[in-house]
Design a binder for this molecule. Structure first.
Ligand SMILES: Nc1ncnc2c1ncn2[C@@H]1O[C@H](COP(=O)(O)OP(=O)(O)OP(=O)(O)O)[C@@H](O)[C@H]1O
Ligand SMILES: [Mg+2]
Length: 271
């Protein structure tokens, strides 16, 4: 099988003309894989453009999900290949996010199958080492008071998880959840502003991205705001807990420093 892509958590192999296997790195928690499997099916059934899920496999003690092969290019790759069209791609990213957030999780049994945004964030914040117990408690209490939502949120929406082809597909539902779109947008904004590409990405791509990330973030957020009913302050209020939760992820120290200043700035504004 030919490897067609790799990310932090998995490698993607082409299995046939119609299917790929997303093979997780060994040691990746099995519950997370079954959640991605289940949630991708659920969001597909709501009509959200995602790959069809065909099944689970185990290969050399690694677990994989078999997905429909989608003929397209990640939006991140398109940004790198056509830097002059960057604004158009940032607008496209925002449009796709607005489209996603129109989907409500059905109030009946649907809700129970989705992780809840505030619970996921609280659990991640609990696991962060770099915050003191007092800081964590203050952030958790603040999070508790933020408005709930009943929309489908992706949890890790960035240009490498969007595939452009005959349609615009959203990939990688490991962190899919029900919640308030404002929180989902706050995370995308933090990723665009401070996020680091995986080590495997070529250096020239990383450098290119550094030069344009502010512009990309600005265009994305401004377009999202014009197309949705949210105001910037409603998104801003999620930045502190979202940044705190992201500190749990395995990310470089430089990015953590940036997130800590986002947290500190808002923490003292509030107190
Ligand atoms: N169904 C698919 N059809 C075609 N290409 C795919 C498909 N699924 C994934 N890919 C390719 O593989 C890349 C990585 O997939 P995915 O985002 O699901 O995993 P991951 O990146 O390992 O996760 P993480 O974002 O945690 O690093 C995508 O950006 C895309 O290029
Ligand atoms: Mg990915």
């Amino acid at each position: 099988m030919k490897r067609i892509a790799e990310g932090r958590t998995a490698e993607i192999f082409q299995q046939s003309h119609e299917s790929v296997i997303k093979l997780y790195r060994s040691g990746f928690p099995k519950e997370a894989i079954s959640y991605e499997y289940e949630i991708t099916k659920r969001v597909a059934s709501l009509g959200i453009p995602v790959p069809q899920v065909y099944g689970l496999v185990e290969i050399e003690e690694r677990v994989g999900i078999i997905f429909e092969y989608l003929d397209g290019k990640p939006l991140l790759q398109k940004m790198v290949e056509h830097p002059l069209e960057l604004d158009d791609f940032a607008v496209m990213l925002a449009d796709i996010h607005v489209m996603l957030h129109r989907f409500e999780v059905p109030a009946d049994e649907g809700v129970n199958h989705f992780r809840k945004q505030k619970e996921v964030l609280a659990s991640n914040i609990h696991q962060v080492d770099q915050l003191s117990p007092d800081e964590k408690n203050a952030i958790l209490q603040y999070l508790e008071e933020l408005p709930n939502g009943n929309r489908v949120c992706h949890g890790d929406f960035h240009p490498d998880n969007v595939l452009i082809g005959e349609k615009r597909w959203i990939l990688d539902w490991t962190d899919g959840m029900i919640g308030n779109p404002a929180g989902d947008v706050a995370r995308t904004l933090l990723l665009l502003r401070y996020g680091t590409l995986p080590d495997a990405a070529p250096d020239h791509v990383k450098e290119q991205l550094e030069g344009v990330r502010k512009q990309m973030g600005d265009v994305y957020i401004n377009h999202y705001l014009t197309q949705s009913h949210l105001r910037f302050d409603e998104i801003d209020q999620w930045l502190m807990p979202i940044a705190a939760a992201r500190l749990k992820d395995w990310i470089p120290e430089e990015e953590k420093d940036q997130l800590r200043s986002v947290i500190r700035e808002r923490f003292y504004r509030k107190n």
